[in-house]
Design a binder for this molecule. Structure first.
Ligand SMILES: C[S@@+](CC[C@H](N)C(=O)[O-])C[C@H]1O[C@@H](n2cnc3c(N)ncnc32)[C@H](O)[C@@H]1O
Length: 186
């Protein structure tokens, strides 16, 4: 089955978890990742990779000695990523995104350079949304970046409440068009 058809199938199985009808475009991925300093980043976390559109770009750009930890809760997406990605820099985790710290060695639990999130935050229950973004915030080093896309501006106030300053970009080169939130830890 093509990754687009599989994506739609997973959406109909669990709309609230998947939160989109098709994988994002590479263009949206480029926008999500344009402010990440890949020359220096050694610890990157990706939340909700789906079929891995953004994961592929991250793997192309990350340093040889960097580590990428990815969290995917959907069984099918997880299995497909496990089968496809053999890069030793990447660890694929079948658990919910709020458990980031459980999978990082103690010295790396507050030392990540970037968290790249595609989670459908606004359809999450309040408690889960808060737990995921708090866990992301806590995992970042000072000046580390949290980048999140959403299909609306609804998340802006929520993210400002946690990170303070939030920059918002927008692209129509995705279906649906998407807002990219870039947040930086103080
Ligand atoms: C909107 S899709 C984005 C997929 C992909 N990154 C893309 O842009 O095409 C959201 C993804 O988050 C995953 N997801 C939802 N809740 C999750 C959670 N609590 N922890 C980890 N992944 C989750 C879904 O299974 C799905 O793959």
């Amino acid at each position: 089955m093509s990754s687009k058809r599989n994506f739609l199938k997973q959406f109909f199985k669990d709309r609230k978890m998947v939160g989109a009808v098709s994988p994002s475009t590479r263009f949206l991925g480029e926008r999500m990742l344009e402010n990440i300093d890949f020359d220096h980043a050694k610890g990157i976390v990706e939340l909700g990779p789906g079929t891995g559109v953004f994961t592929d770009i991250i793997m192309e750009r990350m340093r040889k000695d960097a580590k990428l930890l990815i969290f995917e809760l959907n069984d099918q997406f997880y299995d497909a990523l496990k089968a496809r990605i053999t890069d030793p820099r990447v660890q694929i985790i079948h658990d919910s995104a709020e458990n980031i710290s459980k999978y990082l060695p103690e010295e790396e639990q507050t030392n990540q350079d970037a968290v790249i999130s595609s989670l459908p935050l606004m359809v999450f229950p309040d408690q889960l949304r808060r737990a995921v973004v708090d866990a992301s915030y806590n995992s970042l080093k000072s000046k580390g970046k949290y980048v999140q896309f959403q299909y609306s501006l609804q998340s802006k106030k929520f993210l400002e409440g946690i990170f303070g300053n939030v920059k918002v970009g927008f692209t129509v080169k995705n279906f649906p068009p998407a807002f990219v939130y870039t947040c930086q830890k103080k």
